[in-house]
Design a protein around this ligand. Structure first.
Ligand SMILES: Cc1cc2nc3c(=O)[nH]c(=O)nc-3n(C[C@H](O)[C@H](O)[C@H](O)COP(=O)(O)OP(=O)(O)OC[C@H]3O[C@@H](n4cnc5c(N)ncnc54)[C@H](O)[C@@H]3O)c2cc1C
Length: 387
């Protein structure tokens, strides 16, 4: 059966549904084609099930892209306040957790319900279990799903990234970009736990579950948040954030006691010894981690020079991760459709008229804290208003 619309949106996730609602409100006949048996599966598992749907301190600096200016226009035209207004219109209770991060009080389902209601009110038709087998383009776009064909002059690709394949992530968006001759910035797992080298795993594995407040840095970026030991390596907000900047083979520098002087109390104590050092470290790190770290970094002597070295090591613990935990555990995919290929106002391809890319499939990746949804809403709105 062939069905005809004004616009086809591939992917019923955050960006696709917001885009569909915006276009539907403007009188466009819109079809959303979603692979899964329900919309917004990733929204449902987001933010620990409570969906960190935006961040009130959203700034362009919270996004990573080969073109740092690309996201600015869309982000300025659909702000956190715009999405908060939608949340309030639907009477969804929410709260600020920390650092401007807004979460649902009840569950992430409130957000999928909101998007479904907005689409329904705008007359959008949502087709579930719609696995796209091929897309052709002549005078218009034709997307085939098994026996059905959907046709429209406009195609919006909102199929998301590669992370969490077990809930239906596919490479369709990148495949389509290549099919239509658009360049891709290499993709990689981001906001992802890191795996330590085998030697370090043996040293720290039994600390799994221990967390500490640290500042972790690459040459470009630094994040001051908590770090968590896992069975295979490191996680927690500080590590997830820096993982988006980390390059394989490069070290991470971890300041275990930001803004604090750990060894001064050892220097001042009458008995400069291991017991004094332990007491000093227990003041800044959780017990098991303090003891392990000190055991592995006991100074040769307690001279001022060696204590200075110890102080430096505390602030520059250098760790060389072996890898990331990969797309299985990554919150997002960095890289994607090269933004040089797209209009920053509408997300339309510069090469193929009527072809749009929005959300995570585009080379714009947010920091942890609600920024990835804000990009999904903003890019979705930018395209939806242009259809
Ligand atoms: C565990 C986890 C927690 C997260 N928590 C947060 C958070 O709290 N805050 C935040 O800002 N971000 C969070 N994120 C990131 C956020 O979920 C994504 O960045 C966001 O969902 C991207 O929106 P999108 O619409 O581009 O893609 P998605 O929401 O992934 O939607 C893409 C849709 O396309 C469909 N699709 C894929 N392939 C096909 C195909 N071949 N045919 C048809 N349909 C297809 C998928 O089934 C999916 O429904 C989290 C991610 C994960 C994995």
């Amino acid at each position: 059966m062939t069905r005809t619309f004004d616009a086809l949106i591939l992917g019923g996730g955050a960006a696709g549904l917001l885009c569909a609602a915006e276009a539907g409100k403007r009188g466009r006949r819109v079809a959303v084609l979603e692979l899964a048996d329900r919309i917004g599966k990733k929204i449902l598992i987001s933010g620990g099930g409570r969906c960190n749907f935006t961040n009130i301190h959203c700034r362009p600096e919270n996004f990573i892209s080969a073109n740092e200016h690309f996201a600015k226009s869309a982000l300025a035209r659909y702000t956190p306040s715009d999405f908060i207004a939608l949340v309030e219109k639907h009477r969804i209770p929410y709260h600020e957790k920390t650092l401007g991060q807004l979460f649902c009080d009840r569950s992430a389902q409130d957000i999928t319900n909101l998007l479904e209601a907005e689409c329904r009110d705008a007359g959008v038709q949502i087709f579930l279990n719609a696995k796209i087998q091929e897309v052709q383009h002549t005078t218009e776009f034709a997307a085939r799903t098994g026996l059905d064909e959907f046709r429209a002059p406009v195609l919006v690709v909102a199929t998301g990234g590669l992370s969490i394949p077990k809930i239906g992530a596919t490479s369709l968006g990148y495949d389509l970009a290549r099919q239509f001759g658009l360049k891709i910035v290499n993709t990689r797992p981001a906001l992802v736990p890191l795996v330590l080298a085998k030697k370090d795993q043996r040293l720290y594995r039994d600390l799994a579950g221990v967390s500490a407040s640290v500042a972790v840095s690459t040459d470009q970026q630094s994040f001051r948040e908590s770090m968590l030991f896992t069975h295979r390596g490191l996680s927690g907000p500080a590590i997830l954030q820096i993982s988006s900047y980390w390059e394989k083979g490069k070290p991470l520098r971890i300041d275990l006691a930001p803004d604090r002087d750990v060894t001064s109390s050892i220097r001042e104590s009458s008995g400069r010894n291991l017991a004094a050092a332990r007491a000093a470290f227990l003041g800044v790190l959780p017990k098991r981690f303090a003891e392990r770290w000190l055991d592995l970094h006991v100074p040769r002597s307690w001279t001022n020079q060696d204590l200075e070295k110890l102080e430096r090591q505390v602030h520059e613990w250098t760790v060389r991760p072996a890898d990331t935990e990969g797309y299985e555990k990554a919150e997002v995919t960095a890289g994607g459709v090269n933004t040089d290929e797209l209009s920053s106002k509408t997300m339309e391809s510069r090469k193929v008229r009527g072809l749009f890319f929005i959300g995570e499939v585009v080379d714009v990746t947010g920091h942890l804290g609600g920024f990835n949804f804000q990009w999904a809403w903003a890019s979705g709105a930018a395209a939806g208003r242009a259809l």
